[in-house]
Design a protein. Structure first.
Ligand SMILES: Nc1ncnc2c1ncn2[C@@H]1O[C@H](COP(=O)(O)OP(=O)(O)OP(=O)(O)O)[C@@H](O)[C@H]1O
Ligand SMILES: [Mg+2]
Length: 396
């Protein structure tokens, strides 16, 4: 029996490819960007050999997800970007002349079907009608391809052959064609959204090599449990201030743009792809400058009226990545110094900030703790120019 790999509780055969030529290497990939429900749907489709169509916004991870699943299962992965000039010759095959005379060359579909590769048809809705007719025929119950150009040769799909397709939602992308119902009907359809913030931060971390903790100048729980944290006052430096890590702030910016787009307040978008470009530019350009190059420069004047203030709120100054990194080092040093002095007591407090309503005069321990934190902050504020860094909104 073939070795198996379990994904979302479904076991898939691990392929033993004859050649590794088209088997992707996705070591930089963490996991699929799909949520568990959609991933399960995709894996079930693969298991049962149903064609699967992913519909979602540009740069949301549709193509990468199929590539990742091929990698996980050791399958060969091929991709064809369909457009108005993809013809039967490219897709199915053609006769051509060479030294031996007239020979037949398989197109990508025929080759993938014979060899048992996975084939992803990107932007399937852009396909010409004659291509869609072929897709409809190979997704019919018998799954065969008849090569009319070669008499009537019948190509039976290899058991490992799988067909996938992707497209952007037609209602959101002007100029994209609707996919006809007959074709759409043959596929299992998965509607893909952007990855969750946590996952998107992970994607950025993998692609850019920037530590997801960079810029997180304060304790663990204070980032999560907003309700427990005293109000922050960044300007005066009073109370607990939590600095949001750089990557988290970038994802937050993207999600603000997406929410505005969804509520039709702006036309511009910010895809995972753009976020990756932004993060990858940070060793060359300061943060806001890089945001303009990758995201804001593509927006209309009207969109910028919303996007620019949001960017300015998250990033006060146009700091560089290097600055972030050196401040982080300084912070760690200072924190370590405080910890050494207080014998670890401050760390406990930072991990579990006292409630805003704590009556510190009645509780000597809380009183002591708050004082220690304030002390720590005063020191930090003095030593670091912390107002340059994004501040967590979670505990405001
Ligand atoms: N889970 C993930 N892990 C790592 N990188 C990811 C993940 N999902 C997406 N990406 C990255 O995000 C970028 C956009 O992904 P992808 O090309 O798959 O989007 P798409 O939905 O196919 O976009 P389009 O509709 O424009 O074709 C790529 O650089 C890809 O490597
Ligand atoms: Mg794609």
């Amino acid at each position: 029996m073939a070795k198996q790999v379990e994904i979302c509780g479904i076991s898939l055969d691990l392929n033993e490819p004859v050649s590794k030529e088209f088997v992707p290497n996705c070591t930089e990939f963490m996991e699929s960007a799909l949520d568990q429900r959609n991933l399960k749907k995709l894996v079930a489709g693969v298991k049962k050999n149903y064609p699967v169509l992913l519909v979602g916004p540009t740069g949301s991870g549709k193509t990468s997800t199929i590539k990742w699943l091929a990698y996980k299962t050791n399958n060969s992965y091929r991709r064809l970007q369909l457009n108005g000039s993809t013809d039967i010759d490219n897709f199915v095959g053609r006769w051509t002349l060479n030294k031996e005379g007239t020979v037949w060359i398989d197109g990508i579909l025929t080759d993938a079907m014979r060899k048992g590769h996975w084939l992803l048809l990107d932007e399937i809705n852009m396909a010409l009608p004659e291509i869609l007719v072929i897709i409809n025929s190979i997704t019919d119950d018998d799954r065969i391809l008849v090569l009319d150009e070669k008499g009537t040769e019948v190509v039976e799909p290899h058991p490992n052959f799988r067909l996938f397709a992707s497209m952007n939602p037609t209602e959101d992308y002007s100029g994209t064609k609707e996919l006809n119902t007959a074709t759409r009907n043959r596929f299992i359809e998965i509607v893909v959204g952007y990855p969750s913030p946590d996952m998107e931060v992970g994607i950025l971390e993998k692609h850019s090599g920037i530590d997801r903790e960079l810029g997180k100048f304060y304790g663990k729980d204070s980032l999560k449990g907003g309700a427990n944290c005293p109000k922050q006052d960044v300007t005066s430096g009073q109370g607990i201030v939590t600095f949001k890590p750089l990557l988290e702030s970038m994802v937050e910016f993207a999600n603000i743009i997406r929410a505005n787009n969804e509520h039709q307040k702006m036309l511009g978008v910010c895809s995972t792809r753009q976020l990756i470009q932004w993060a990858n530019l940070l060793d060359v350009l300061p943060i806001k400058n890089a945001a303009y190059v990758t995201i804001l420069d593509k927006m209309s004047k009207e969109d910028l009226k919303i996007a620019v203030p949001e960017l300015d709120k998250l990033f006060k100054n146009d700091t560089t990545l290097k600055d972030f990194e050196s401040k982080q080092k300084e912070f760690e040093k200072i924190k370590q110094g405080i910890l050494d002095k207080e014998d670890g007591a401050v760390l406990d407090v930072l991990d579990e900030p006292p409630s805003a309503t704590t009556n510190t005069t009645e509780d000597s321990e809380a009183d002591w703790s708050v004082e220690s934190i304030e002390e720590a902050f005063q020191l930090l504020q003095k030593e670091l120019n912390v107002s340059d860094f994004p501040v967590s909104n979670n505990n405001v």
